[in-house]
Every structure is written in structure tokens, then in C-alpha cells.
Design a protein around this ligand. Structure first.
Ligand code: ACO
Length: 443
């Protein structure tokens, strides 16, 4: 069958009409479009198999919306990111991570009483079951913290099965509060395990990020001296990383969750997907890369290797599937880097200077210009984490803590949708056609 899609304009907008024509039979069918609240409409191809006997083929979801969602909007050409309609720049300036978590979940900013109640609930859920803490002892001391976090998050399913009836609204709410509350504690326990230090219990008198720093850096014989700037910088990084519509890890959470599985196991799948260097693992890879480059004088050699492509070297922290102009989060983080490093007296660290120079040179280079490759959220985030004393192997864990707010919001939105279906992609089969089994002696 020859199928031809005839767009009447390049970007489908509300009211545009599309038709699919079978050039062999001449049969033409109008394809319905669906219109969102902002941005281009989408072609609804859900009936293609039934009406035309064909699937679409789109590896990597280059042109495919996997779901409708009301949580986050990105305009990649204009460098726009909105959480529930609010620009990321405004949230970064005025909001807090917990308020943003509430917004992502509920769709509206909380009033003072709602925010207080939400904060109280998150604060009261920060402890881990003592038996769960014992699971860490099964890990070797040099296990990667992302491996520990993915395992412990999945293990929550074994502890809270009595309150995880996903059809019950209240159970879903308890689940989301538990996840947001416990993920810093889970991360801190992984860090302490790797260090061989005793686990530090959460403190309810501290706010979300201050408590996290306390659990990371206090020891039983000495409390961590809290620097408010550190907690504020973390809070800002968490706001910027909280959600990013249907990215790989969020789509993983949705796909796993669409089976109706225990939601903690869906979150664990999200943590694992985030770990990859093409996704959240990039923040760790950026610092590795900068250290390998070592000095500004080696930047041109490094970029030549990137452009040569034969060695498979990429400029980590550059490029994005959706942003083809600039990543607004990178702009905010670069400013934050100047502020935080300035206040810590680390503005002139060779790593930061190298990153700035690398960005400057790459942005003038035709290879990056022609492919629309710009710094993404992870180009500078590792530099701030490092300045705050957070070790490199914990960078992606920090990302996971923040993205948990987005994962639970997307999971709740999906499970609460009465039209939800199990996500079950199809394939273009390229293997052997039917053939008969041959006994081993005759092969
Ligand atoms: N360095 C060098 N070249 C690159 C880079 C890069 N970082 N990113 C893309 N390219 C090139 C590709 O080689 C390709 O070139 P070609 O047209 O000559 O074949 C072109 O740009 C398009 O790249 P794709 O890989 O097809 O783009 P895609 O949208 O699939 O990938 C991704 C996006 C994975 C983010 C990619 O840009 C990348 O690997 N970046 C580095 C890793 C990174 O920073 N990841 C974090 C992303 S943000 C996040 O997840 C939090």
C-alpha cells in the first residue's frame, strides 16, 4: 500500500485539515486533528490500523505525542518552559520547590493554608521504615548511588502495599506525598552508605533542602553548619529540574504505570531511565568531560574530536530533543553559577572558567550552530553541585529527587484519567519470516 499524507500547511493548527490517501486504491480519509490549549495541534492517528491497516513508524518519538497532558508546556523554538502555565523564570524567582511540587500535582498555586498543610504532610513523611534502612547493608560500599536509589524506591512497594490502591484518590495522594518526602532521605542514606558513615535522621524543623543538606553532611558527633545560600541554590536547581513534560524518564514512569503496577515500582523505572548519560546522567558526564579537557588551551582539540564523530565523543550538556534555540533552564543556572560561586569565593575555579569558554567557542562554531545545539540544563548544574560539596556520583541522584515531583504528577494525571489505556507500542518487524524447525543433527 502506498500511503501519502498531505499537510495543507507545515504545522497543524486548529482548523487545518489533513488527509491520508492510498495512492494504489485512491481511497482518501480525512485525519482528525486534536487541539491543545497552546502550541500546534496534533494529528489523531489512533484509527489508522483499523481504517487503513497501517501503523506509523517513529523511532525515538521524533514526531509523536504519546499522551495529552495539562502539566508542562515547552516551546523548543522559543525557549519557553511553563509549569501549569507559569513561566519557569517566574517560578525560579518567586517560588519554592515544595510550592512547585504542589502546583505540578494539583494544577493551581496553593493558598497559604494549602501550602502549610502540604508542607506539614511532606515533613511528616520523611522517615524511612527501619527495616528498609537495613536493605542498604546488602550493597557494596562502592555501589553507584543511582543503583541503590532505584532499588530502595522499588522496595517501598513491599512496605506500603496497604495504602497503594491506585483507584483510591486518597491513597494516590498519600503515595505522592511519601515519594516527595522520602526521596531525599533515600538519597542521603545511599550517600552515607557509600561513605561508611552512620545514617542521619531527618529534622522536621528544617525546610526541604536544608533538611537534605543536614542528612547529607551532618555526622552524629557534629552538626552540619547550614549555609542558607546552599539550601537556596539547591531549591532553585530542584525547581528547574522538577518537570519537563514527556522526557524519557517521565515516559518510562507513564509506560510502566499504565500497566497498573505498584506506583513505587514505576518510580524506580523512572530513576533507572534517568541514569543514562543521554538524559539525567549528563550532569555527571559534563564534569568528567571538563576534567578530561583539563585546560582552556585544549578546547579546540576536544571540539575537533567531537566534530569528527568517528570516536563517538559528544559535547556533554549540549543539545536537546526539544529545545532548538536555547534551554531557559541553562540560562538561569548559568546566572546561578555566577552568584553561588561568587559568594563561595569560587568564581575563578578552572572548571567554571573552562565551561564558560567551551560554551562561548561552541556557540560560534558552525557544527553546533547548524545543528541547533545549545547548552542544556545539565551543562552547569554539576558545577553548582560540586561547589556545594555534593560528590559527582550524587549529581544524577539530585536530579532524581527534583524530578520525583514531575513523575508523581504525571503518574497521578494518567491514573486519574478514565480513558487511560495500557501503553503498548507496535513495531516494524524485520526478522525471519515463518520457517520450520530443523533438528540439531540436520543443521
Ligand atoms: N555533541 C555533538 N554532537 C551532537 C550533540 C552533542 N552533545 N548532540 C547532538 N549532536 C549532533 C548529532 O551527532 C547529530 O548530528 P548529525 O545530524 O550530523 O547526525 C545531530 O546533532 C542531531 O543529534 P541527535 O542525537 O539526532 O539528537 P537527539 O534529539 O536524538 O538527541 C540528545 C538529543 C540526546 C540530548 C543529544 O543532544 C545528546 O546526546 N546530548 C549530550 C547528552 C546530554 O547533554 N544529555 C542531556 C539532555 S537534557 C536532559 O535529559 C536532562
Amino acid at each position: 500500500m502506498n500511503a501519502q499524507l498531505k499537510p495543507e500547511s507545515m504545522a497543524p493548527m486548529s482548523g487545518d485539515k489533513y488527509q491520508l490517501t492510498n495512492l494504489t486504491t485512491g481511497k482518501a480519509t480525512e485525519l482528525p486533528t486534536r487541539t491543545g490549549s497552546v502550541g500546534p495541534a496534533v494529528l489523531d492517528i489512533g484509527g489508522l490500523l483499523k481504517d487503513h491497516g497501517v501503523f506509523t513508524y517513529d523511532p525515538g518519538f521524533m514526531s509523536t505525542a504519546s499522551t495529552a497532558s495539562a502539566i508542562t508546556y515547552i516551546d523548543g523554538d522559543a525557549g519557553v518552559l511553563l509549569y501549569r502555565g507559569y513561566p519557569i523564570e517566574q517560578l525560579a524567582k518567586h517560588s519554592t520547590f515544595l510550592e512547585v511540587s504542589y502546583l505540578l500535582q494539583k494544577g493551581e498555586l496553593p493558598d497559604a493554608a494549602e501550602l502549610a498543610a502540604f508542607t506539614r504532610s511532606i515533613t511528616r513523611h520523611t522517615m524511612l521504615n527501619e527495616w528498609l534502612l537495613r536493605l542498604y547493608r546488602g550493597f557494596h560500599h562502592n555501589a553507584h548511588p543511582m543503583a541503590m536509589v532505584a532499588t530502595i524506591v522499588a522496595s517501598l512497594a513491599a512496605f506500603y502495599h496497604d495504602t497503594t490502591n491506585i483507584t483510591n484518590d486518597r491513597h494516590r495522594e498519600i503515595f505522592t506525598h511519601r515519594m516527595i518526602a522520602k526521596i531525599p532521605t533515600i538519597a542521603a542514606a545511599a550517600y552515607k552508605h557509600a561513605l561508611g558513615q552512620p545514617f542521619i535522621y531527618p529534622r522536621n524543623d528544617l525546610d526541604y533542602c536544608a533538611n537534605m543538606l543536614h542528612m547529607f553532611f551532618s555526622v552524629p558527633c557534629e552538626s552540619y553548619e547550614m549555609d542558607a545560600l546552599h539550601a537556596k541554590a539547591l531549591d532553585l536547581l530542584f525547581i528547574l529540574h522538577a518537570d519537563h513534560e514527556q522526557n524519557a524518564s517521565t515516559s518510562t514512569v507513564r509506560l510502566a504505570g499504565s500497566t497498573g503496577c505498584n506506583p513505587y515500582t514505576a518510580m524506580s523505572a523512572g530513576v533507572s531511565a534517568l541514569w543514562g548519560p543521554a538524559h539525567g546522567g549528563a550532569n555527571e558526564a559534563v564534569v568528567d568531560m571538563l576534567e578530561k579537557i583539563g585546560d582552556v588551551s585544549h578546547v579546540q582539540d576536544f571540539l575537533a574530536r567531537v566534530k569528527d564523530k568517528s570516536g563517538g565523543v559528544r559535547l556533554m550538556g549540549f543539545g536537546h530533543r526539544v529545545y532548538k534555540n536555547f534551554d531557559p533552564r541553562a540560562t538561569i543556572i548559568r546566572e546561578m553559577c555566577h552568584k553561588v560561586l561568587g559568594k563561595l569565593g569560587q568564581s575563578n575555579t578552572p572548571l567554571f572558567e573552562l565551561a564558560l569558554r567551551l560554551e562561548e567557542i561552541a556557540l560560534k562554531d558552525d557544527y553546533f550552530i547548524s545543528r541547533k545545539l545549545y547548552p542544556n540544563v545539565d551543562f552547569y548544574s554539576g558545577i553548582i553541585y560540586r561547589a556545594l560539596g555534593i560528590p559527582r556520583e550524587m549529581f544524577t541522584v539530585m536530579f532524581a529527587i527534583a524530578r520525583t515531583a514531575g513523575w508523581v504528577a504525571h503518574w497521578s494525571e494518567m491514573i486519574g484519567d478514565p480513558t487511560m489505556k495500557i501503553a503498548r507500542p507496535r513495531q516494524l518487524y524485520t526478522g525471519a519470516a515463518r520457517r520450520d524447525y530443523v533438528p540439531v543433527a540436520k543443521r
